[in-house]
Design a protein around this ligand. Structure first.
Ligand code: DGL
Length: 282
């Protein structure tokens, strides 16, 4: 039997990455794990997100994946280096592919990044962009209201969504960014509204699409791409499979099949416990 691609996220947002990978690589089978018991990751510390990401990957490893994708921008920003150190199979996050696409499209003009608080605080997109284009002007903006608004099912035309977007995007407009990275799993669902506010001169980079391209080229380079097909998708979550199915369908763009619940005690703390530091308990 062919080995699947393992994809994990803090919850259901990573389904935008599953969607992009399925479109690009329809023959591949996928095992998806959404850590719905501990979502959101975007307001947590890098240390906590790293621990969660390790546990998520440990779970995926039970399914013998040939490749692991950290679909969550926050987990990619905080934990990719720790994951690469710990796991032997090829893996990638969404930051580097998104940054590379932004630099390619940017033409030397200012690049904006919108993301969760934790992703912005990590500076991961800025570092990745500057690593490729040291002279680039990078403007980052945390948009904490957008994840709950999208999960609530509010559409791109919703008045509250528009109001929030106009506030968050104002600094981008002032800085005349020419490229904007949608640095969170949920933001592609607001792509139309963002494009509408920023106007046709601004190129939007969807990290989900960028990572699908990266996975495709790495599997091809390793001779590990599936040629038969079509592949299937299996879904696992750490809480509330029903909500995952109901809300997730919009993210995946197709009906979600059976979703299995993984009991938290079955995988939490799979990674060795790290003692809390004083600042964590004060
Ligand atoms: N998946 C997260 C990300 O892409 C958004 C949701 C969360 O905060 O956990 O950053």
């Amino acid at each position: 039997m062919s080995r699947p691609i393992g994809i994990f996220d803090s919850g259901l947002g990573g389904l935008t990455v599953v969607r992009a990978i399925r479109r690009r690589l329809p023959a591949e089978s996928i095992v998806y794990f959404g850590d719905t018991a501990r979502v959101p990751y975007g307001i947590k510390s890098g240390r906590t997100v790293t621990r969660f990401a390790i546990e998520d990957c440990e779970f995926l490893c039970r399914h013998d994946p040939k490749f692991i994708v950290a679909a969550c921008n926050t987990a990619s920003a905080a934990a990719l280096a720790a994951l690469e150190e710990r796991f032997t199979m090829p893996l990638c996050g969404v930051i580097e592919p998104g940054a590379a696409e932004a630099v390619r499209a940017g033409g030397g003009r200012p690049i904006g990044v919108i993301a969760t608080e934790a992703t912005v605080a990590s500076g991961a997109y800025r570092r990745a962009i500057l690593g490729l284009a040291p002279d680039a002007t990078v403007l980052e903006q945390a948009c904490p209201l957008l994840v709950p608004l999208v999960e609530e099912g509010r559409s791109a035309g919703d008045r509250i969504v528009r109001l929030a977007l106009r506030q968050y995007l104002a600094p981008m407009q002032q800085a005349e960014v020419a490229t904007l990275v949608l640095g969170c799993t949920h933001y592609p669902l607001l792509g139309d509204a963002i494009a509408d506010i920023l106007g046709p001169g601004v190129h939007l980079v969807d990290s989900a699409e960028a990572v699908a391209g990266e996975v495709a080229s790495r599997l091809a380079a390793d001779g590990a791409a599936e040629t038969g097909g079509p592949g299937d998708v299996r879904f696992f979550v750490s809480d509330n499979p029903q909500r995952f199915r109901d809300v997730g369908t919009r993210f995946l763009g197709e009906p979600i099949g059976p979703v299995s619940l993984v009991a938290p005690e079955d995988f939490f703390a799979a990674s060795p416990a790290t003692p809390a530091r004083a600042e964590d308990v004060s």
